[in-house]
Design a binder for this molecule. Sequence first.
Ligand code: AHR
Length: 546
Amino acid sequence: MKSFSHSRRHFLKQASGAAISVSAGMSVGSRALSAFAQTKLLAESSKPARIYIDSRRTIAPLDRNLFGSFLEHLGRAIYDGIYDPGSKLSDSNGFRKDVLDQIRQLGVPIIRYPGGNFVSGYNWLDGVGPKRNRPRVLDKAWNSIESNQFGTNEFMQWCKAAGTLPLMGLNLGTGTPEEAAALVEYCNVEKGTKWSDLRRQHGFSEPYKVQHWCLGTEMDGPWQIGHMSATEYGYKAADAARQMRAVDPSLKLVACGSSGPGMPAYLEWDREVLEQCYEYVDGLSLHRYFANNQHETGGDSAKFLALNLSMERQIAETLAVCDMVRGHKRSPKKLWLSFDEWNVWYRATDGDGHRTEAPRLLEEIYNLEDALLVGGLINTLIRNADRVKIACLAQLVNVIAPIMTDADGLFRQTIFYPYSWALQYARGAVLNLLVESTGYAVPGLENVPYLDVAGTLDQNGGTATLFILNRDLSRAQRVELQWQDRSPAKVVASWLLTGDDLKASNGFASPQRVVPQPLAMPAAKGSRTEFELPARTYAAIQWSMA
Ligand code: AHR
């Protein structure tokens, strides 16, 4: 039997034809950049690229939830990944201590759970109460056996240990709005009601006060258990939202948007859904996975490194739909976006677990060019922080993930590093930069700038940070920073990820093949800083401000 999810990528490929993911997604080129990053494309010249930084010009405060992640009951993400009671590396709860350390160090603010496709067939009641009584269930999304030894309470405990917050996914596939509201009651009501008392009976007296909830997932996809039409889903989401808010009015609710530009009803789905539930939700979800394969880029790395511009376009188009529905409804409320699944993913796509527990599924190994694009995608998210309030790198451990485990330890994939820099250095408000860069033509695309830049300014900490992708595959770029109103006092951190081999990756045998290197940064001369950024590089540079 094929699992439901097995066919997701297959469906997208067929539905989109060769054209959609790259051509429609990519024809934005300079337009998207001029709209969002104020990038001016220079004619080929001997002048350096210029970045103008003005601390008076910011776009929006940066919500830390922009750098969230995702853990699904899928493959070895939960079992063997974060929860492994038999392991010498686990604590008394069965939580892998080495994995917890990494996640704590990263400072991941929010984690979506328990799915993904898994959630659309999940009965949350199977995963609570005494472990010995929990059923072994056939998970139809991934054709795997779910032991239910890790469930809602274990996740809440784990979040506490990891220093993160839950973004709870709800089953709006086989699940009902009533069951969704019951889970809210189980999690958030202190006592004296059926479901809150059940939680207490299970040994957890304090409510968890979970704020953020996703109303289903990818319900537009024929691979999704319980797949339905946009109007049906919109009604169901509105009903669930009303029932959930009756339990806890303080919730922040995310409606399920289109699964991406490759879907036949892309944007139309979002419009119809929002027509039914706009007034009951706070945000709308987007998902996207990028590939450097025949279908999306023809295997052309220069094209691949420009794909974050396609994410930029997806954000703009989805916001246009949100705001159009807002106009129809004369609503004072402006929705925000939750980009709650994004990553590179195209190699390990077999999602059939052959009815085993914790099978090795979607264990993608990432290379240098994947990490460079992940850097570009982070830049896009930062630049759109005025409307994108949550985003989740999908996923976190073992399954299309920055952290990989085995029985003896873990290693960091290439994509770990740009993600960790965003978490560590992107603070405060997003800078409204002006960038001047030369660009390159990619067949079928408009000109793509070599430099892709995002920046933040932390007035409290007194720091400014730039994140720069140099898409030039063969040449270093000379970069001149023009500090418009305040000059930096000194460089406090300066890292780059680069290498000669775009296909180089890390593994258990070679965990240090692609790792950050220090970038030599000269001090500012008055209001100017000049430096060279090597070819094929993603860099994070932080200054303390005078
Ligand atoms: O993240 C892997 C899968 O990709 C998720 O379960 C699903 O939502 C998406 O199709």
